[in-house]
Every structure is written in structure tokens, then in C-alpha cells.
Design a protein around this ligand. Structure first.
Ligand code: GAP
Length: 469
């Protein structure tokens, strides 16, 4: 596949941020106090979208594999964990400050000529020497604020898996190769937090650690690269907006023998979405050393052979995936007026949004916060009651919405902006012949469906969904 280099989609970060706020996907944290940088709140549509992405990932990484199980480890861990993992020593970014305007930069993110000349890229003032800045949030546990009470907020979910790997072998009788998956919060004191929810101080990760016999690690590394690529294909993401980036020796994390990022072409350019890492036996050998516990695997099927497993890690940002899915789904298009359900009439031009440009989020139905919206054409004449009945019937299986206010064209546009793949409109004909109008978000096509067949038809449409634009 030939690689594209320029973003050519309709989204901009401004449009995504504004839509996210307007429609209740994501709000700035503590907005009434001026906002907290690096932190965001997920609103009613946002939490649904985030949960759906997490659910699809969880199914893909646990339920569809006989040998991968789940875990939910705590955020607070024994501080020795982070000495063993190397984070206390190595989890740093290079930091410079401007002595004049007091701006703070990551030294690897400003032009190298500025760094060499110690010249601030914003005001031209003098920059400080580069110093290492540890990204872990540090706090104290208990009433005394001394070195014995230091505790960290975990900067990755992975370590909770490593320290539990023996518990899981014993309790779940796992045999190598096997995996442990986890979704949870992670915290990093990022120097630069821009681009909305792309890089934040509080975020969520979806990580899977796969324990393999040394010597088979390269094969499993390649296998997981291929599985993770197929995952995005299945999600219906625009595949020409994804590419691999192999870490050079200067980029490799302290634990990695080899690492590839899956990058996505965001409106601000190609950026990391997820990483696949060959972490070798680094983590387990360090935890053996620091805890004094034997972390070796005993292969009972092979004369009790003992070894420290190698670990292949797939590590995706959940909140970063939310941003990717929003950007990927975002579209604007010029449209003709739509037909009014139950009549040959079109909705008038001014019932639709300005100049008949519609904003639409083309989410895969498995990810859409609302799967189906039920809209009575009128509130009166029993149409609202009928629509409520239909909603109640669908509610058990699908995330639904009900909207009876405003012209039907406007209501469709509101659902398009929320990414709702199906609208079900109840009109006068529905009362007579027990049919409803099913309207498709992507094509805006409308078909009449017997009410009795509606649930089965939705199931069929969701299963066979193919993104066309
Ligand atoms: N356990 C390995 C690990 O944490 P990483 O490359 O540092 O590796 C994995 O992070 C993923 O977590 C990234 O690909 C990204 O999607 C997400 N991520 C990392 N830092 C983030 C941040 N500050 N804000 C949002 N997502 C972040």
C-alpha cells in the first residue's frame, strides 16, 4: 500500500474538540476553574464510545483467545516495583526552560538549532541546560511525608501484570505461551500536553502481555504485529491512515529489544497509536532480582524445564484510540434535502443544517455510542407512544435514544453528528400497517421495515456493516 503523507480528511483538531464539547463526548477537566491541563472528562457520548472501544478490544484480546485472561491490578503499587522496572532511573524526558518567558519544552520536540544555540523558539530568550525530568507522579501514602512513604501513580499498566504473572499461572493453570490483558488508568507528568486528548497526564491503556519461551519471541512478536494490524482493519479504520514505525536504537525503551509503533495519520500528522514491544525477560528478571522471588516458569510438560519467559507486549492507548476513532469517523458533506418519512415530500432546505452541509461521524455500529434513535414524526396522535414502545423493545439489546423535538431533518442531523448509524421514524403509516422508516446514517437511504422485523434487521445490518466512505 502506498503511503500518504498529508492529512486530507475533513477533521481539524479545533473541529473535533468543539464537536466533542458540543455533543458531550469530552469536556475540559474542571472547566469552571479555568481548566486543568492534561486532564479531560468523558461526557455521556464519550463514555459510551470509550466503553465500546474497550469492549471491542477486550473481546478481541481475551474472549477470542483460549490462552489470554484478564486482570485489573491496582494503580498504587509497592514503590520497589518502579525501581525494578527501571522507571525511577530511566523514565525521563529531556527538559529545558526559557529563562525569559518561562516556557517549558521537551528538548527533543524543539528545533535542534534552537537547542544548540540555547535560544527559546517562542521568544528568543536564553534556554537552560537540558536536564532529565522523571515523568512519574510521586505522592505519599499515610500521614508522614518522608522517603519511606513515597508512592507513585503507575505510568503504565504493564507492571501490575508482571508482578501477578505467577498468581495467574497458579490460579488459572496457564501454560506458556499465554497472555494477560488489562485495561486501566496510567499517569504521566507530561511536559507538553497539547492536541486535545492525544497526550494527557491521566489516560487509559489497553495492554496485553504475552509470555513466551525464549527463542520463540521473534516469531510471536511478528504474530502479534500482524494480529494488531488486523484488529484495526476489522474496526473499519481507514487503513491508508495507518503505518508501522520501527523504533531506531535511539528510540527504544530501556526494556525493549525490538519495537514497532502503529501510527495513525491524525490532523496534526503521523503519531503513535499503539506499540508492539519485545521486552525480552527484562521485567521478570528485574522483579526476581528486586523481590528475591523466583519468577521462573516451570514447564511441567517438558521435564520441569525452568526459564524466565520473554514478554511480547501490545500496548494501545484507550483514550488515544477515542481520538483516533473520532478523527477517523469525522466527515462533512454537501447533501440534498432528505425525504420526509411517510410522505413523498422532501424536508425543506432550512430544516437541515446551514447550507445543507452535514457533519457526520461514521462510527462502526459496534462503536457508536447510540446504535438506534427512535423518532416519532409528531408528538401527537399516538405516534410518541408507539415510538416509546419501539424504543423499550430495542433497549435491551441496543443503546438507543429517543428524540421528539424539532423538525425531522434537524433531528437526523443531530443523530448524524452523534454518529448514530440507524434512525427509526414512526409516522402515520406506522399506525396503519405496522411498518416504520429505517434511515441509514451513511447513505441517508430510507426503507420501510415491518416493526416485527426491526430488531432482526438491525442485527443483520450491524453484522454486515461495511464502511463505504
Ligand atoms: N507499557 C508500554 C508503554 O506504556 P508507551 O509507548 O509508553 O508504552 C503505550 O505507551 C501507549 O499508551 C501509546 O502508544 C499511547 O497510545 C498511550 N499513551 C502513552 N502516553 C500517553 C499519554 N501521555 N496520553 C495518552 N496516551 C498515552
Amino acid at each position: 500500500m502506498s503511503e500518504i503523507n498529508e492529512y486530507s480528511g475533513k477533521a481539524t483538531m479545533e473541529k473535533i474538540t468543539s464537536l466533542a464539547k458540543r455533543r458531550g463526548f469530552v469536556f475540559q477537566s474542571s472547566e469552571i476553574y479555568g481548566g486543568q491541563s492534561g486532564a479531560w472528562d468523558y461526557g455521556p457520548l464519550g463514555i459510551e464510545l470509550k466503553n465500546r472501544i474497550a469492549g471491542v478490544w477486550w473481546k478481541e484480546m481475551t474472549r477470542l483467545h483460549d490462552n489470554i485472561v484478564g486482570l485489573d491490578a491496582s494503580i498504587l503499587m509497592h514503590p520497589r516495583t518502579w525501581e525494578a522496572s527501571g522507571h525511577v532511573e530511566n523514565f525521563t524526558d529531556p527538559l529545558v526552560d526559557c529563562k525569559k518567558c518561562k516556557s517549558r519544552f521537551r528538548a527533543d520536540m524543539i528545533p535542534q538549532e534552537n537547542l544548540a544555540a540555547k535560544k527559546c523558539p517562542d521568544c528568543g530568550g536564553e534556554l537552560t541546560d537540558t536536564r532529565k525530568f522523571n515523568l512519574m507522579f510521586k505522592s505519599h501514602i499515610g500521614p508522614a511525608e518522608d522517603t519511606a512513604s513515597i508512592i507513585y501513580l503507575r505510568p503504565e499498566t504493564a507492571q501490575g501484570i508482571y508482578v501477578n504473572y505467577k498468581n495467574i499461572i497458579q490460579s488459572s493453570r496457564m501454560k506458556i505461551p499465554f497472555g494477560i490483558a488489562q485495561i486501566g488508568k496510567a499517569f504521566r507528568n507530561e511536559i507538553v500536553t497539547k492536541n486535545f486528548i492525544f497526550r494527557t497526564c491521566e489516560f487509559e491503556q489497553m495492554e496485553m502481555q504475552y509470555f513466551v519461551k525464549p527463542g520463540t519471541d521473534v516469531e510471536w512478536f511478528n504474530e502479534w504485529r500482524s494480529q494488531r494490524w488486523m484488529y484495526y482493519e476489522k474496526l473499519g479504520v481507514k487503513m491508508d491512515c495507518l503505518r508501522w514505525h520501527q523504533h531506531g536504537s535511539d528510540e527504544l525503551a530501556h526494556y525493549a529489544k525490538d519495537a514497532y509503533d502503529i501510527q495513525y495519520l491524525f490532523p496534526m500528522g503521523w503519531r503513535e497509536l499503539e506499540g508492539v514491544h519485545n521486552r525480552t525477560d527484562y521485567d521478570l528478571s528485574r522483579h526476581s532480582e528486586f523481590s528475591g522471588k523466583d519468577m521462573q516458569y516451570i514447564d511441567q510438560d517438558n521435564n520441569n524445564e525452568r526459564y524466565l519467559p520473554y514478554i511480547i507486549e501490545t500496548s494501545a492507548g484507550l483514550t488515544r484510540n477515542v481520538l483516533m476513532i473520532l478523527c477517523d469517523a469525522y466527515d462533512e458533506e454537501q447533501v440534498a434535502p432528505e425525504k420526509k418519512p411517510g410522505s413523498p415530500e422532501e424536508t425543506s432546505r432550512n430544516e437541515n443544517s446551514a447550507d445543507d452541509i452535514r457533519t457526520v461521524l461514521r462510527f462502526h455500529p459496534d462503536l457508536a455510542p447510540i446504535t438506534a434513535a427512535v423518532l416519532p414524526l409528531m408528538k401527537k396522535d399516538g405516534l410518541a407512544e408507539l415510538a416509546h414502545d419501539i424504543r423499550t423493545e430495542l433497549q435491551d439489546d441496543y443503546a438507543t435514544d429517543y428524540d421528539q423535538s424539532g423538525a425531522i431533518g434537524r433531528r437526523y442531523r443531530r443523530q448524524d453528528e452523534a454518529g448514530t448509524p440507524f434512525c427509526i421514524t414512526v409516522d402515520y403509516q406506522s399506525k396503519e400497517d405496522k411498518t416504520v422508516t429505517l434511515r441509514f446514517r451513511d447513505s441517508m437511504e430510507q426503507v420501510r421495515v415491518p416493526r416485527a422485523e426491526l430488531a432482526a434487521r438491525l442485527r443483520h445490518e450491524i453484522k454486515g456493516y461495511k464502511r463505504v466512505k
